[in-house]
Write a protein that binds this ligand. Structure first.
Ligand code: ADP
Length: 210
């Protein structure tokens, strides 16, 4: 089995590329989805977050008030680190359980972990390989403006909060160039999945990850 992180920058096509890997037979685990699951009401991370931030970060329906929490953690590094410390171990518990289940079923599978902030969270060492969904920054900007209907300045702000995509290139094993058409991207995905499948067969159940 090989466990591969798929990352990118906002608007670089990570979700599009993740879907293509799934179409080609890879198992895809979505960290953003797991991050929402672990903070559902009454889950351990939900309790820990209330203990730390206080009950005022709850909405009337007892779910976390995401915008209130985001406002706190994006303006205060210590709070952000605390929140990560409460949620990340739980997210990894969930993904480890999924990986274990996949390994039992299909020991030489390719598992793609869709992890937007891989480098920002210094998680890159945990994986066998890293794939970057890449487009130049100008294309990121244009696609996010079109996708989310945001002002250019707002997108610039979000892009500036991430490690520049050019920097991520040098730390990645595979770069999927997504600035062309979708067919071109799919062809690259097919080439990469074939290489990963070969690797998975060689490694058997022996991944360094998780
Ligand atoms: P991310 O998950 O990295 O934020 P998405 O996969 O959502 O990025 O892609 C951002 C936007 O660009 C989406 O609206 C998507 O449909 C579009 N897009 C992705 N890849 C391509 C492509 N190769 N050509 C044109 N548009 C694309």
């Amino acid at each position: 089995m090989v466990i591969v992180a798929l990352t990118g920058g906002i608007g670089s096509g990570k979700s599009t590329v993740a879907r293509m890997f799934q179409d080609e037979g890879a198992y895809v685990i979505d960290f953003d989805f797991l991050a929402r699951v672990v903070v559902e009401p009454d889950k351990p991370a939900w309790r820990d977050i209330i203990d730390y931030f206080g009950p005022e970060i709850l909405s009337p329906d007892r779910t976390l008030n995401r915008s209130a929490l985001a406002e706190i953690v994006f303006s205060d590094d210590e709070s952000r680190k605390a929140l990560e410390g409460l949620t990340h171990p739980r997210i990894f518990e969930e993904s480890d359980a999924l990986i274990e289940a996949i390994k039992r079923k299909d020991p030489s599978s390719v598992v793609i972990i869709d992890l937007p902030l891989l480098f920002e969270l210094s998680l890159n060492k945990k994986f066998d390989k890293i794939i970057l969904a890449y487009v130049p920054r100008a294309v990121q900007l244009k696609r996010i403006v079109e996708r989310d209907g945001l002002a250019k300045e707002e997108v610039e702000k979000r892009l500036n909060a991430q490690i520049p995509i050019e920097e991520k290139r040098s730390f990645s094993d595979y770069i999927i160039h997504n600035e062309g058409g979708l067919n071109d991207t799919r062809n690259q995905v097919r080439k990469v999945i074939h290489e990963l499948e070969d690797l998975a067969r060689k490694e058997g159940g022996d991944s360094k990850c998780c």
